[in-house]
Design a binder for this molecule. Structure first.
Ligand SMILES: [Zn+2]
Length: 461
């Protein structure tokens, strides 16, 4: 039996042990996690390199000899040297594009738009964007998201056989998985964003850049609205960015951190004299090139024409490509599609817009899940990919959910994969307006900019 004093002694010993353990937990760094990833290190690098080769054909990338590229490469190398986890072959590229954006491909290639450099107020802000992108590589976010989708599409035992045969790369296309520019898997979940912010904070701290500037820059983009929309749709705000960066900094020993450098000021000045291309100009050049080489989107279907015309409905207004057609009247559901986009009475390319009245007090989340379940019932084999995301359309809160299923289009005897992008929006009368953007998987990334443009033009009455 223990006496009172023995027991007290044990309590003191435990408290002492806790007290001794505290200094070790003071510097609490974000630990890279791998989660579930079907890709080996080698495969990760390989799919990233393949996507990088495509990106260099699709995007106007500044030459290596450009002083702006050289500066970004130096800054990137410094940041990458402090990245934890596996050693990836990082490379840094500047895209001669006006919109503020940056993205990372699996296994190391990182792209920063010239517009991002023009918008950054100091080196720490640019370093913040880059450290954040490096963190997506460290965390293998793209291939982990792809793994999740593969698990949803393919029975576990077959997936095991695919991975076991090391034939994963050959199977990706069949599963609708690609990591090219605009790929679904380069769009990060809010959870992935939070991880990239925290890990990015640690990396910046190590290189001596003030990590707060990363959060300040993201906030600035949000305040700008449309100008930063591409960056924020690929890197959605996980919520309280500034606070969570501050919390992470508080776990690190105080250190002298800088915001700026003379090199950055010189490069920014140079960047301000340039006139980068807009996304639309790049897309036009790209589709002109495609028309020459492979024909427009899948041969017979009209590629969207640059300018938008407006459709007015009782419930909403939306812009759509001038060479597409709207079906339905002002009070009913509407289908907007290229003339050849409707096959066998089903929409293969285009968008369906409709509304429904959810049960009383049903949240938008719940209503969205009900709608997805309904769509799955009428389209057997339709799978959701990733979780639904919070989005804002003309100041209105909404949900975004991507799905993959069978397309009504057949190629020979083979049924094509189709991607459906569902967006739901709560209306002031309690009803839910929803849009389903549809295209065969192989063409979806080509149509995504048009779909996004349409969504941005949407106004609810
Ligand atoms: Zn991100």
């Amino acid at each position: 039996m223990q006496t009172g004093s023995q027991l007290r002694l044990q309590v003191v010993a435990v408290l002492l042990a806790i007290a001794l353990a505290v200094p070790q937990t003071l510097e609490a760094r974000f630990t890279p996690t791998h989660g579930s990833d079907a890709f080996t290190h080698h495969q990760e690098v390989e799919v990233g390199q393949k996507a990088a080769a495509e990106a260099s054909k699709q995007l106007p990338i500044l030459p290596k000899s450009d002083p702006i590229t050289q500066y970004v490469q130096q800054l990137g190398a410094k940041l990458a040297a402090d990245a934890p986890g596996e050693a990836w072959p990082y490379s840094f590229h500047v895209v001669n594009q006006k919109e503020i954006n940056a993205f990372a491909l699996p296994g190391g290639p990182i792209y920063v738009n010239l517009g991002t450099i023009q918008a950054a107020d100091n080196e720490a802000q640019l370093a913040g964007v880059m450290a954040h992108e490096i963190s997506h590589v460290v965390q293998r976010h793209a291939t982990r998201a792809a793994t999740k989708q593969m698990r949803a599409q393919v029975p576990l035992e077959i997936l095991g056989a695919i991975i076991g045969n090391a034939g994963i790369l050959g199977q990706l296309a069949g599963l609708g998985i690609a990591f090219g520019v605009g790929s679904y898997f380069l769009r990060n979940s809010r959870e992935a964003e939070n991880e990239a912010d925290l890990l990015g904070t640690d990396i910046m701290y190590d290189t001596g850049h003030d990590p707060r500037q990363m959060a300040v820059f993201f906030q600035k983009l949000e305040a700008q609205g449309n100008a930063g929309v591409q960056f924020l749709s690929d890197h959605p705000n996980p919520g309280n960015r500034v606070q969570s960066v501050d919390k992470e900094i508080a776990t690190l020993p105080p250190k002298h951190l800088v915001e700026d450098s003379p090199q950055f000021d010189r490069i920014k000045q140079l960047a301000m004299q340039r006139h980068p291309l807009t996304a639309q100009q790049i897309q036009q050049a790209q589709s002109a090139h495609q028309e020459q080489s492979t024909g427009v989107i899948s041969g017979s279907v009209a590629a969207p024409n640059g300018s938008l015309q407006t459709l007015n409905n009782n419930a909403f207004q939306i812009g759509y490509p001038a060479n597409w057609k709207a079906y339905g009247d002002v009070s009913s559901s509407v289908t907007i599609a290229p003339e050849d986009g409707v096959a066998q009475n089903a929409v293969a390319y285009g968008v369906i817009i409709d509304a429904f009245q959810p049960e009383l007090n049903m949240s938008l989340d719940e209503a969205t899940h009900r709608l997805v379940a309904g769509l799955q019932q009428s389209n057997p084999g339709l799978h959701t990919i990733g979780n639904d995301e919070l989005i804002r359309i003309s100041g209105q809160e909404g949900r975004s959910q991507e799905m993959i299923g069978a397309s009504p289009i057949k190629q020979g005897t083979q049924t094509l994969q189709e991607r459906d992008w569902l967006v739901t929006l709560q209306r002031s009368d309690g009803s839910v307006l929803y849009l389903v953007f549809i295209a065969p998987e192989k063409d979806f990334s080509k149509l995504r900019p048009t779909f996004e443009q349409m969504l941005r033009s949407l106004k609810l009455w």
